[in-house]
Design a protein around this ligand. Structure first.
Ligand code: SF4
Length: 281
């Protein structure tokens, strides 16, 4: 039997003891915190909260992150990408062989965060830490990203973080056009599901989706409206770590995000009003 299903049953039994009055809620929560499942393949540790939310501590990390075990998504019933939900996308990405990057990756990195949510950050591709932990933006770039979000009152788990390419290019080389094309459908579907008000592009390859041919040093921080959404190009945190002169630009560009979210929310309102005037609602 799937070990995650067994684990779910174990958690249900503990919750039932609480519901029957055998243990208090505090005791239940304490037991559940200590009831952990080790993923033998990757060395990750999993927890299931009383509210049925899964958390994963990646091998080599000390941080618990909201996640969902792909072992619980049935691979044989996956619909076309354009009809997948977020969990099905993660499942498909983990097993994906649409381009040659699948040959050398350790783990694919589908992206993480709430669905839907206001801000989506799109970087380039996984590096070596990401490839090991199956998480985007870990290591020094991830720390800087968390600091930038903290400056505007956001936590990492408030935003969705993804990359244009889900598997690590060998030696961290740039992704090739056919690899970007093969991976594009996953990101397009994620954007549809997440429905962010603001998309922040971090680095050249995600910027090229919305600002083809532009130079980041000229356009960083300048939003462009597409539909009822704002696209904001920014320096990649890794670039700002390599070149400290760019760091203040990145800090200032992030500080504008709360106002940009409000601005984009007003576009959404306009769309609803327009539709209402056309008697579509
Ligand atoms: S990079 Fe994208 S398209 Fe290529 S194997 Fe990974 S998930 Fe599939």
């Amino acid at each position: 039997m799937n070990r995650f299903i067994e684990f779910q049953a174990q958690v249900e039994a503990i919750k039932a003891r609480c519901a029957n009055g055998e243990i208090t809620e505090a005791e239940r929560d304490n037991i559940l915190r200590q009831t952990q499942l080790k993923d033998e393949t990757w060395g990750d540790i999993w927890l299931l909260s009383p509210k049925e939310q899964w958390f994963r501590k990646a091998n080599g990390s000390t941080i618990w992150v909201r996640d969902y075990p792909i072992a619980l998504v049935e691979p044989t019933t996956l619909p076309p990408i354009s009809e997948m939900d977020a969990r099905q996308i993660a499942r498909a990405v983990y097993d994906c062989t649409r381009c040659s990057l699948c040959a050398e990756r350790k783990r694919a990195v589908p992206g993480e965060g709430p669905v839907p949510t206001d801000i989506m950050l799109i970087g380039e591709g996984p590096g070596s830490h990401e490839d090991q932990q199956a998480r985007p933006f870990v290591g020094a770039s991830g720390k800087l990203l968390e600091e930038l979000l903290g400056n505007i009152g956001y936590k990492r788990h408030d935003v969705f973080i993804a990359n244009v390419i889900k598997c690590r290019p060998p030696g961290n080389r740039d992704p090739l056009p056919d690899e970007l094309a093969a991976c594009k459908d996953y990101l397009d579907r994620q954007i549809e599901l997440i429905a962010p008000k603001v998309i922040v592009t971090l680095g050249r390859f995600s910027m090229a989706r919305y600002f083809p041919g532009a130079s980041i040093s000229k356009i960083h921080g300048q939003p462009k409206r597409i539909g009822d959404r704002l696209m904001v190009p920014m320096f990649h945190p890794a670039a700002a770590l390599r070149n400290p002169n760019w760091r203040p630009f990145l800090i200032e560009d992030f500080k504008r995000l709360p106002d940009l979210i409000k601005e984009a929310a007003s576009f959404h309102q306009e769309t609803i009003t327009d539709a209402a005037q056309l008697n579509l609602f």
